[in-house]
Design a protein around this ligand. Structure first.
Ligand code: PHE
Length: 517
């Protein structure tokens, strides 16, 4: 292994030397300095050596300088071509293949045309000037002669021993001026012994292997130290969406308050459970195609339990429990229309019916239910509205349930998500009376915003489902999206749900921990 050989040569050299220069080491190993760097890094990471990066300015040959070094300087070429007896300028130029251009007499007013300069002539002139300056030749009455015989090519000699020329010297300046040499900065290392220095390098293993363990070889091995501060590789895995994190928190709070989750795994519901069972008249505008998604296949649901159906029908048509109903012809067909549920109260009505069935067998018992799941409305999409969103709903079935208790539960629920300032405003729902909109203080918008709806279920709704007259049911509902957007500071709902969601945001979103005040 050549790298190992190199490493050992360096370590052996260090045994007797205080410091080494990486440039010289590279030279003795006859490898590129760049190739040595890898070897030094390995030795340093194992603490065999310590290096210090240094810089040094150096005089190096230019291309032109190199050409001269390989042949001769221009002035020396001219010097050599001059015969013993001397030579005229015209004849000397001829020796260099320079043609004599006759001088054209200039006409009056004619612009002097610049003659394209012959590069050979230019070269010659430069060399000639230098030959005179350097004391190779002289010119006397038109005759050019050598000043002395057997002069050396001074420039070529200088270039061949460039290393010995001081950087700031006159000699260096001249070479740089003539563009034969230039200054270049080289980077190299000063190498010293490291804290684990040893004259022989032992390769360190990155990991303990089964083979090393089995053979007992591990006792002799050296291992690379572990960087405990290194960050682990990012694991690609599933991440909870902010909506799911907030949803989880809400259900934890409700479970903590003694609520039990209702089964919400049915997005398609019959109009009966979504509207009719909630004493919502069939002409109600909410059933309008603008708000509700109707299903086309299958268009109608199976007939519900005839007993409930007929009781609901009678309540709509003629009333009961002190009510005169809506006084209209109730249609089975309309109630059977399949829709995507528009609120989670569709689940609540079904559960109330189920509880009433259980009362027949077991008798009365109080119950607290909640649900959190998707609902659908055919709405215009904008920054705060989507056609599908989530509702959270709580239902308390209790003989002692009252409006005061409802307000108390709602206050406690919101207190646990950090909302203390609440306002209740009377409103109308077909299925609750009294009904209250819930308002909370928005800390960012600094104003009251509607955060939920609530009420006491009407006897006209409860009676047909079979809930005894002395049992009260109170309920409230709210959306999941708005609190999530406030919590995670999401300004546009379309960046939270749908194709514009950034997976990275979902990955990096913080935990949701509500702080109650
Ligand atoms: N279903 C109502 C809505 O969609 C919320 C609500 C639930 C109101 C329970 C009263 C009682 O806004």
């Amino acid at each position: 292994d050549q790298k190992l050989d190199h490493a050992n040569i360096i370590l052996t050299q260090l045994e007797s030397a205080e410091t080494l220069n990486s440039m010289e080491v590279a030279k003795t190993l006859s490898i590129n300095h760049q190739d040595l760097v890898g070897c030094l890094l390995q030795l340093e990471s194992a603490n065999y050596i310590k290096t210090e990066g240094l810089k040094q300015d150096q005089l190096i040959l230019t291309d032109e300088g190199n050409t001269i070094l390989n042949s001769q300087s221009g002035e020396y070429e001219i010097y050599q071509k001059i015969p013993e007896a001397g030579i005229s300028m015209v004849d000397l130029q001829k020796l260099f293949g320079i043609e004599q251009v006759p001088k054209v007499k200039q006409e009056q007013g004619e612009k002097k045309e610049k003659q394209a300069e012959d590069p050979k002539k230019k070269q010659f002139d430069l060399g000639f000037g230098n030959a005179k300056k350097m004391g190779y030749i002289k010119m006397d009455k038109g005759v050019i002669t050598k000043i002395a015989n057997d002069l050396p090519d001074k420039i070529k000699l200088e270039l061949s021993s460039l290393k010995t020329i001081q950087l700031g010297s006159q000699q260096a300046k001249l070479l740089i001026e003539r563009k034969l040499a230039m200054i270049s900065t080289i980077k190299y290392f000063e190498i010293k012994k490291g804290i684990k220095y040893a004259p022989n390098f032992r390769e360190q293993f990155a990991a303990l292997t089964t083979e090393q363990l089995l053979s007992g070889e591990w006792k002799e091995c050296e291992y690379k130290s572990i960087n405990l501060n290194a960050e682990g590789e990012k694991i690609s895995m599933g991440n909870l969406h902010p909506l799911l994190k907030v949803r989880k928190q809400f259900s934890q709070i409700l479970i903590g308050l003694g609520f039990e989750e209702m089964p919400t795994n049915q997005f398609v519901e019959s109009s009966f459970w979504n509207f009719d069972a909630l004493f919502q008249p069939q002409k109600h505008p909410a059933r309008d195609a603008h708000d509700t998604f109707f299903c086309s296949d299958p268009e109608l649901s199976e007939e519900v339990d005839i007993t409930v159906r007929d009781k609901v029908k009678a309540m709509h048509q003629t009333g009961g429990v002190g009510s005169i109903g809506y006084q209209y012809e109730w249609s089975h067909e309309e109630a059977r229309k399949n829709i995507l549920r528009t609120h989670t109260t569709a689940v609540s009505s079904k559960m109330l019916h189920r509880i009433a069935q259980q009362y027949k067998e077991k008798g009365y018992f109080p119950k607290k239910y909640f649900s959190i799941d998707k609902v659908f409305r055919n709405e215009t999409l904008d920054a705060t509205h989507l056609a599908e969103f989530h509702q959270i709903e709580g239902v308390v079935i209790d003989k002692n349930a009252s409006l005061g208790q409802l307000m108390g539960i709602i206050r406690e629920f919101f207190r646990q998500i950090g909302i203390n300032k609440l306002w209740f405003k009377p409103t109308y729902n077909p299925y609750t009376e009294p009904s209250m909109e819930i308002y909370g203080y928005h800390p960012v918008l600094k104003k009251k915003v509607e955060i939920g709806n609530s009420g006491v279920f009407r006897p006209e709704m409860l009676a047909p489902l079979g809930i005894p007259e002395d049992v009260n049911v109170i309920a409230w509902g709210l959306g999941l999206e708005r609190p999530t957007m406030i919590y995670y500071d999401i300004r546009d709902i379309r960046t939270m749900v749908g194709p514009e969601v950034k997976v990275e945001t979902v990955r990096s979103n913080a935990f949701c921990v509500f702080e109650s005040k």
